[in-house]
Design a protein. Structure first.
Length: 210
């Protein structure tokens, strides 16, 4: 990160408990180094053990990330940064609308069979990632399942998680994979208007219609 980027990130980071007198030990490494190391790992898709030598030792970086993840600080950090991006775009920090979608991705042979499945529609054997984003495309909620799980079944859990964390969201747009009972569940239980948007016809369909 540049110094300007770090200034924004540092202000958005949750304060560790030991700095507020809640126990625990002080960090052994600079937070800036740790955040840079985690970003490098995610951007490069590398393993923890492949962390370059100019970062802190990989096990220290992993311990830092795991501790923050387990205490919910990674999610809080992400939410604070998303709120800043929304404010910079002239929006309220908390969204009121979202978009839900899913994508099946092929799994490597090393992925355990019990965590993957076959998506008959997409002809993909692997996993499926389900997400809800705001109208700027910023991530609100994510869930990973076997590719065999339907969008409607996963959508019920995903929308419930969305309502827990982002209670101001009252409208969500979706494609045709989310029709049926999920619309009624969202409206009746979560008080969320799930609007199914029909896909626009492509050039070939237009020509056939003519």
């Amino acid at each position: 990160m540049s110094d300007a980027e770090w200034a924004v990130v540092r202000d958005a980071m949750p304060v560790p408990g030991w700095l507020e007198g809640h126990g625990g030990q002080p960090e052994s490494y600079c937070h800036r180094q740790m955040v840079d190391a985690v970003r490098y790992l995610v951007a490069g898709g590398i393993t923890w053990r492949a962390m370059p030598a100019d970062f802190p030792a990989w096990d220290r970086v992993y311990a830092f990330f795991r501790r923050w993840r387990d205490k919910g600080l990674v999610t809080e950090f992400h939410d604070r940064l998303r709120g800043r991006v929304r404010e910079a775009a002239g929006r309220d920090p908390e969204p009121t609308a979202g978009i839900i979608d899913a994508q099946s991705v092929k799994a490597a042979a090393s992925v355990p069979a019990v965590t993957r499945g076959f998506d008959g529609g997409k002809k993909v054997n692997g996993r499926k990632r389900h997400i809800v984003v705001d109208t700027l495309g910023l991530l609100l909620t994510v869930m990973v399942t076997a590719a065999s799980v339907t969008d409607r079944d996963a959508g019920q859990t995903l929308l419930a998680r969305l309502s827990e964390r982002h209670w101001r969201v009252t409208r969500v747009w979706a494609d045709g994979g989310y029709t049926g009972r999920l619309v009624d569940f969202a409206r009746g239980v979560l008080r969320v208007a799930l609007t199914v948007v029909k896909r626009r016809a492509g050039p070939a369909a237009v020509l056939r219609a003519r």
